[in-house]
Design a binder for this molecule. Structure first.
Ligand code: FAD
Length: 321
């Protein structure tokens, strides 16, 4: 069977995991095998969602180790489960968490791991395309071995529930080998922002040099809030101290997978483009009709962001009322 490692997002199955489940269902249909899922800790509440994505068995990886994230422990536990149930493929979202756990699990099983895939076709070998070089390169590869480990780039697959949910059973799996493996433990976490996460936001309102100042971002913040999205920025905005680095979109920032990316006063340098090219739709607001992002965008408004944004905001406020 195929096994999907499921990630928790505030008590629910994460969007990236739903994409991984959709990919797994397609591959399992081609291979004529069932789909199982694995989650760490007591996540029995995931069962209904997982059934809707065609999962027949949910394995809850339980034990004291499951209370605190430790990549080597969690990877070892997953590897043990993979051997125990005889999975032939393991799929997760290409989040930092998914990539870390799969890297450890694949190393423990001695099998290959392809991270950040955008397409996967199953056969004797798996043919896949993966993102490399910070998004600059798409690489075709073949994955061999008895167990294939794959992580899926956010936004690569549209999540799709089945018309009729699969009956699902839940079992508990307590691995034997995790106690001696804690080499790293998380001692503290500091939030670097509030609200919607940039990497998973459906709408991102982003600003660059053209916004002109930290204060200029107030209207971007308001628009993002009205649209239920997040604020992003270019490196110029970060370097100028207008925005924190956690807002930066690009090669050395976050890669987004939004439905809509609104780029205000951003030229669209290659290093920025690799961060926003995963957006389904791009609206560029720029005074320069020749700016690279304007020429690549789905929609463009040629004009001063300080005039265009207030007009958009007025409409957005009116629609909200
Ligand atoms: P500019 O390139 O200066 O563009 C400003 C744009 O605003 C122009 O198109 C202009 O026409 C427009 N404009 C000006 N005034 C207005 C106005 N009033 N109204 C409307 N439009 C206006 N950059 C990133 O963004 N993310 C990264 O992760 C990143 N990583 C990098 C890594 C490396 C190793 C290097 C070398 C560079 C990296 N950069 C990154 C920087 C990148 O090369 C660009 O310098 C940067 O993206 C430019 O930011 P910008 O578009 O805001 O500014």
């Amino acid at each position: 069977m195929l096994l999907v490692l499921v990630e928790d997002d505030s008590g629910a199955v994460s969007g990236g995991s739903q994409e991984a489940l959709t990919l797994a269902h397609g591959l399992a249909t081609d291979l004529n095998v069932p789909v199982h899922a694995a989650a760490f800790g007591t996540r029995g509440e995931f069962a209904a969602t997982l059934g809707a994505y065609g999962v027949s068995t949910l394995h809850l990886l339980e034990g004291p180790f499951a209370d605190a994230y430790s990549p080597e422990c969690w990877g070892a536990a997953l590897a043990e489960l993979v051997r125990h149930i005889g999975a032939i493929g393991v799929i997760a979202a290409a989040s930092e968490w998914g990539n870390e756990v799969l890297a450890h699990a694949s190393a423990r099983t001695g099998e290959a791991f392809a991270s950040n895939c955008v397409t996967v076709d199953a056969g004797q070998q798996w043919s896949l395309t993966r993102v490399r070089g910070g998004g600059m390169l798409l690489e075709d590869a073949e994955l061999a071995g008895a167990v294939k480990f794959v992580s899926l780039t956010p936004g690569a697959v549209e999540p799709a529930e089945l018309p009729i949910p699969q009956q699902i059973t839940t079992d508990s799996f307590v691995p034997e080998s995790t106690d001696t493996l804690v080499h790293s433990t998380i001692v503290d976490r500091k939030s670097r922002g509030a609200g919607v996460a940039l990497s998973t936001a459906r709408v991102v309102v982003s600003g660059g040099r053209g916004v002109g100042s930290a204060e200029g971002f107030e209207s971007l913040e308001e628009l993002a809030e009205l649209l239920g999205g997040a604020v992003g920025c270019s490196r110029v905005a970060t370097n100028s101290g207008w925005r924190p680095h956690s807002d930066q979109v690009g090669l050395t920032g976050t890669k987004i997978a939004a439905d809509l990316y609104i780029a205000c006063g951003i030229s669209g340098a290659t290093q920025h483009w690799v961060g926003c090219m995963g957006a389904k739709s791009i609206l560029a607001i720029n005074t320069d009709p020749e700016a690279p992002l304007v020429t690549r965008a789905d929609y463009a408004v040629i004009g001063d962001v300080h005039q265009v944004l207030p007009a958009i905001l007025e409409r957005a406020r009116a629609r909200k009322q």
